[in-house]
Ligand binder design. Structure first.
Ligand SMILES: Nc1nc2c(ncn2[C@@H]2O[C@H](COP(=O)(O)OP(=O)(O)OP(=O)(O)O)[C@@H](O)[C@H]2O)c(=O)[nH]1
Ligand SMILES: [Mg+2]
Length: 494
């Protein structure tokens, strides 16, 4: 131990170090007291180093024995949402301690939708006053096949065509509402900059860097009354100053509540959105339908709100939790949640040789393109990623579990009459319904798994809508038991 080597026993008079440490023969009482104090301090430091080493050793052993799961899939596939379902189902107490931080994220998600709505209205005003390229406002979106146009407000097209857009049905009343909502606009930028100070380009949506302590930062950002009320709000909250904090969205949202609700429910606005082919409902982190509940001083996120909140992941986040119930309660699990966009993918590799299972999220988004590359179809990208994972030799013994996620969106897409064979010609004239479409793509994933896996392994898959916490909890119980069984088999316990 470090403590014994620092202070050799006094009984060894020949030891050179002991000799060097001997007090001088003419030591004064003050010097003696100082020397003894220094020895005590050094001993305390040494003891705390010993403890740290022991703790690290224990943590290392714990991690070695723990079950580790890696969540993979492209951006927006639902990895972080699956993680939240895991926490909610198996570690609910811990999940709920983070409610205060999620409150701000949900408010920012709502503000983002309002911002997009106002951008659309602005485009409508601009275009109603200016000449347009032939083909109308939808012409440049068709090729992309995007259900939602999430691009920032674009400048009006160059005035080289002859077609004039009809006069906008929007009125002065709409302009006044937009004016009153304008204080919301800078909030997102201000808060996002605080969460990610080194971001230099325009941020697509709310994101945080892994391990940046954003939950603590966000919980701390709320005004004292907001923080006090988050958790057990009994009294309606008041902002701590007349204006509230400049970057605490609560007071500004509450002041804008009636206008937000009125604008979103306005039939003229809905008609404009429909005509322009924009479905804000499909944006990640869509909360406009809940604006009346959220834009209040004492808003408390529900579990479902937290699960639906959109927060882009950057890098790799490690989440450790202890099972609060079920088989092996008290067992430790590590879940690694990764950023799915292309520039994040190289960061996945260091985690490959140390995980027991991968949950791969693949939404059957056959009609959407990647946000980071509008030329690449999302489903093609998912299949390409799946192939890489299946054939990776580092993962040959890893259990792969496929979640065909966002089944609710697939259902809505097919119900809206969007045909698969328009985007995937090989689908041919098979029925355009959920059952056939799911089977077609599931068989593709299964085929690649069988053909490319370096050694035979079972194919596990689930159809999921991970924003539905109830059905997801049932699926996760099965997933957890399966992973546990495979883990115990691999260490020869069963
Ligand atoms: N309708 C629907 N929305 C979903 C589903 N799963 C996830 N979402 C939403 O899709 C958005 C993206 O989900 P995330 O879990 O943040 O995606 P991610 O894979 O972690 O994305 P990155 O962190 O960017 O890699 C969120 O707004 C979710 O609420 C689903 O099954 N159905
Ligand atoms: Mg994520």
């Amino acid at each position: 131990m470090a403590s014994s080597s620092l202070f050799p026993p006094a009984s060894d008079p020949d030891d050179p170090l002991s000799k060097a440490l001997q007090p001088p023969p003419d030591e004064s009482p003050d010097d003696r007291a100082r020397r003894i104090q220094q020895q005590k301090d050094a001993q305390a430091i040494s003891h705390s180093i010993d403890q740290d080493i022991q703790e690290s050793r224990k943590a290392f052993e714990r991690r070695k024995k723990a079950i580790k799961i890696l969540l993979l899939g492209q951006a927006e596939s639902g990895k972080s949402t699956t993680l939240k379902n895991f926490q909610l189902a198996f570690s609910p107490q811990h999940f709920r301690t983070e409610r205060a931080a999620w409150r701000t994220i949900i408010q920012l998600n709502l503000i983002r939708s309002i911002k997009r709505l106002l951008e659309v209205l602005q485009e409508e005003w601009d275009e109603s006053a200016q000449p347009l390229r032939g083909g109308g406002p939808e012409a440049d979106k068709k090729g992309k096949g995007k259900a939602v146009d999430r691009s920032p407000a674009r400048s009006p097209p160059p005035p080289k065509a002859t077609v004039r857009f009809s006069t906008s049905p929007l009125t002065d009343q709409h302009r006044r509402m937009r004016m009153r909502l304008s204080p919301l606009l800078p909030i997102e930028e201000q808060l996002t900059r605080r969460l990610l100070p080194d971001a230099n380009d325009r941020l697509q949506d709310v994101c945080v860097r892994a391990g940046s302590g954003w939950k603590g930062l966000l919980a701390g950002l709320q005004s004292p009354d907001a923080a006090a009320a988050a958790g057990q709000a009994k009294e309606p909250r008041r902002p701590s100053t007349a204006e509230g904090r400049r970057d605490d969205p609560t007071a500004v949202l509450a002041a804008c509540r009636d206008d937000i609700v009125a604008l979103w429910e306005d039939p003229v606005v809905r008609a404009v959105l429909k005509r322009r082919g924009i479905r804000l409902q499909d944006m990640p982190g869509f909360f406009l339908n809940d604006a009346a509940r959220i834009a209040t001083m004492n808003y408390e996120p529900t579990d479902e709100d937290i699960v639906r909140a959109r927060l882009r992941t950057l890098g790799v986040e490690e989440h450790r939790f202890t099972m609060e119930s079920g088989a092996l309660p008290g067992s430790e699990w590590y879940i690694y949640d990764v950023g799915g966009s292309r520039n994040n993918r190289p960061m996945w590799i260091p985690y490959f040789d140390d995980v027991q299972a991968i949950i791969f999220l693949a939404p059957l988004a056959f009609n959407l393109m990647l946000e980071e590359d509008a030329k690449v179809n999302r489903l093609e990208d998912s299949i390409m990623l799946w192939k890489e994972i299946c054939q990776n030799p580092l993962l040959s013994k890893t259990t792969l579990i496929l979640f065909l996620n966002k089944m609710d969106i697939l259902q809505a897409t097919l119900a809206a009459g969007i045909r698969v064979n328009k985007y995937v010609p090989s689908y041919g004239d098979q029925p355009n319904d959920v059952q056939h479409v799911t089977k077609y793509f599931r068989d593709k994933f299964r085929g690649y798994h069988k053909r490319l896996s370096p050694q035979a392994r079972s194919f596990y898959w689930h159809e999921t809508s991970v924003i539905d916490t109830r059905s997801t909890a049932a699926i996760l119980v099965g997933v957890r038991e399966g992973i546990l069984r495979a883990h115990l088999q691999s260490v020869n316990v069963i």
